[in-house]
Design a protein around this ligand. Structure first.
Ligand code: KIV
Length: 261
């Protein structure tokens, strides 16, 4: 059964959790989709994890579109959501709508994600039939304004503000919210207060779903954030495979007759 935004809300109502990974290409999208991952996020984390930029803000909409296309084409079951990159929605509801229409038409994704309590933007997208995933707590696009990679909502005032933002984002019509780097107790309270599902990343175990950047989950990035877990050691495995291949080429052991015509 195809996962829809309503499926996630039903899972929450039934007290069932779901899993999400980022993906930016056809192979990982196919593999994660077939493994049953419910949500594939074409994150702007492609900026640092694929394109080699420092942080997420440099990536453009033109650069995001081909990643979105590849993932949406490959995923048969998962819900595919594409991040609106920095600079493509901050100017107002019209800019957010124009950027999102491009994403929806050109990629075939099922919705967009944007960071912060951009309520007029969210409301405008929802009014125009575009599902929106919110993203609060630590918001990587505004890392400089937040003075670096810091857990958000540690004090009472910030926790109340984040709770209020989540309620307002739900009210504006978002179908789910990513909670990034907030204390577990706060994520738990938000998850209880909201009807829409929360998706945690560095937000404890009480969110309705969890998300990881796939390179962190697979141990490819080489610098895993403390809240992530490496489910395999892809960097080490690729490195030894590449060294083994090179050694065989240099020794004249590859290709063998069975790999030759
Ligand atoms: O871009 C991204 O990968 C994200 C996730 C970390 C939620 O926004």
């Amino acid at each position: 059964m195809k996962i829809r935004t309503g499926t996630l809300q039903q899972l929450k109502q039934d007290g069932k959790k779901f899993a999400s990974l980022t993906s930016y290409d056809m192979h990982t999208a196919t593999i994660f989709d077939e493994a049953g991952i419910e949500v594939l996020l074409v994150g702007d984390s492609a900026s640092d994890n694929v394109l080699g930029n420092v942080g997420t803000s440099p990536i453009t909409l033109d650069e995001m579109i081909p990643f979105g296309k590849a993932v949406a084409r490959a995923a048969k079951r998962a819900l595919v959501i594409v991040d609106l990159p920095f600079g493509t929605y901050e100017l107002g509801p019209d800019q957010a709508l124009a950027s999102s229409i491009r994403v929806m038409k050109e990629t075939g994704a099922a919705g967009v994600k944007l960071e912060g309590a951009k309520l007029p933007q969210i409301a405008n997208l929802v009014e125009n039939g575009i599902p929106v995933m919110g993203h609060v707590g630590f918001t990587p696009q505004t890392v400089h304004a937040l003075s670096g990679f810091k857990v958000q909502g540690r004090n009472d005032e910030d926790a109340k503000r984040i709770m209020a933002e989540c309620l307002a984002i739900e009210q504006a019509g978002a179908f789910a919210i990513v909670l990034e780097m907030v204390p577990a107790y706060l994520a738990s309270e938000i998850s209880l207060a909201l009807k829409i599902p929360t998706i945690g990343i560095g937000a404890g175990n009480e969110c309705d779903g969890q998300i990881l950047v796939w390179q962190d989950f697979a141990g490819l990035s080489g610098k895993t954030p403390s809240f992530a877990k490496n489910y395999l050691r892809l960097r080490d495995q690729l490195s030894s495979a590449a060294a083994e291949y090179r050694a065989e080429v240099i020794a004249g052991e590859f290709p063998k007759p069975e790999q030759s015509f």
